[in-house]
Ligand binder design. Structure first.
Ligand code: SAH
Ligand code: SF4
Length: 371
């Protein structure tokens, strides 16, 4: 409680921010006010299911409790700087998280589901060479309130028929490098008294932090996506520098164990298509060797460009052939449709506004400084 409560104190008001607090911390908070622990379920339903962020509107709490809460607690969200609307219906929120930092969340409507892509850090220290977030550097981890706040803000804006069915941690940041807050949020996303989503509809995407993948299997085994992007260590070292610490074999071993822990669910492997870099026939053959007959799906992501990048996207035909080759070997493979690129909301284009605090920009040394 102590640690969670302290990290949730709103700096402006000195009050405890109840958004994103773990249920056991909330229970201790209510007991401290002389209330019964069942208040937790009541307040979680108001916040997460009805979107009510005024204590005075929580009609099943006594008047005394409501005025007490007004004095000591708050439900504060990041401030919305602006909302961008793409031609294809994608929305992007740019959110102020203080001290000049801004992060982004993206809503992607599809015919039978609506996905919210959320950020877990202001920037990212992983330094993947093809990613706009990584190029901007790293500032800090987001708190559980700032992460879950993105979902609440999106729900406030969306009409009930457009409400969010899926959440993916594919915005700014490496979610498993902000492990404690991300797991706390994920538990609330799947808690029936909070957001109540199925664990299959919540996906954590990681560049490959092996110890955290192993831990996640026990702590909160939601769907897992892994940014593989290269079939050999030599190439992956260059594209995803965390590979210098955790080799592909070690990463895949952790993935297969994770899949077993969640009743043989498939792991999604993301593979960005970079012209002349990782899109050759030999790359497809090597990838097949790694993933064939395993609980693996491959999602090919056409590279989304951003200012100053050295990469270009593979030709559509090359991506299709790569996909067909994987499928011919029995691997389930799909090509991700690019969404919201006219508002820079597509995968890897989220740059937000980040003051880089990484002083060392020397590949692997930079990662060590941040983890
Ligand atoms: N940090 C997490 C989530 C990142 S975003 C991770 O790396 O897994 C989701 C996906 O977009 C990741 O697979 C990421 O590698 C990929 N991506 C990053 N930059 C991209 C770009 N410019 N074009 C296409 N995909 C990109
Ligand atoms: Fe970070 Fe993911 Fe971008 Fe790599 S791809 S820099 S891990 S956000």
């Amino acid at each position: 409680m102590r640690e969670n409560a302290l990290s949730s104190i709103s700096t402006e008001s000195g009050k405890l921010n109840l958004i994103g607090l773990a249920p056991d911390s909330l229970a201790k908070f209510f007991v401290g006010l002389g209330e019964k622990p069942y208040r937790v379920k009541q307040i979680m339903r108001w916040i997460y299911q009805r979107g009510v962020l005024e204590f005075d509107e929580m009609t099943d709490l006594s008047l005394r409790l409501r005025s007490q809460l007004n004095l000591v607690a708050t439900m504060s969200l990041p401030k919305v700087i602006r909302i961008d609307h793409a031609r294809d219906g994608t929305l992007k929120w740019v959110l102020d998280v203080g001290a000049g930092q801004a992060v982004e969340a993206v809503y992607i409507p599809e015919p039978n589901r609506s996905t919210l892509c959320i950020s877990s850090q202001a920037g990212c220290a992983m330094d993947c060479s093809f990613c706009a977030t990584g190029r901007r550097g790293f500032n800090r981890n987001l708190s559980a309130a700032e992460i879950l706040g993105q979902v609440i803000i999106a729900n406030q804006e969306l009409a009930p028929e457009s409400s969010i069915t899926n959440i993916v941690f594919m915005g700014m940041g490496e979610p498993l490098a902000n492990y404690r807050e991300v797991v706390q949020v994920t538990k609330l996303l799947i808690d029936d008294h909070a957001m109540g989503l199925s664990r299959r509809r919540v996906t954590i995407s990681t560049s490959g932090l092996v110890p955290q993948i192993r831990k996640l299997a026990h702590d909160c085994n939601v769907a897992l996506a892994v940014s593989l992007h290269a079939p050999t260590d030599d190439l992956r070292d260059k594209l995803v520098p965390i590979n210098q610490r955790h080799r592909i074999n070690e990463l895949l071993e952790a993935c297969w164990n994770y899949s077993e822990s969640v009743a043989s669910r498939h792991i999604t492997f993301e593979y960005v298509m970079l012209a002349g870099v990782n899109d050759g026939v030999q790359d497809a053959i090597s990838l097949i060797k790694l993933l064939k007959n395993r609980p693996a799906k491959v999602n090919l992501i056409p590279f989304n460009s951003f200012p100053g990048t050295q990469y270009t996207c593979s030709e559509a035909d090359v991506i299709r052939r790569f996909c067909m080759k994987l499928r011919a070997s029995g691997i389930v493979a799909t090509i991700r449709r690019t969404r919201g690129d006219d508002i820079s909301a597509a995968c890897g284009q989220l740059a937000g506004q980040v003051k880089n605090r990484m002083l060392v920009r020397l590949g692997n040394r930079k990662i060590r400084a941040a983890l």
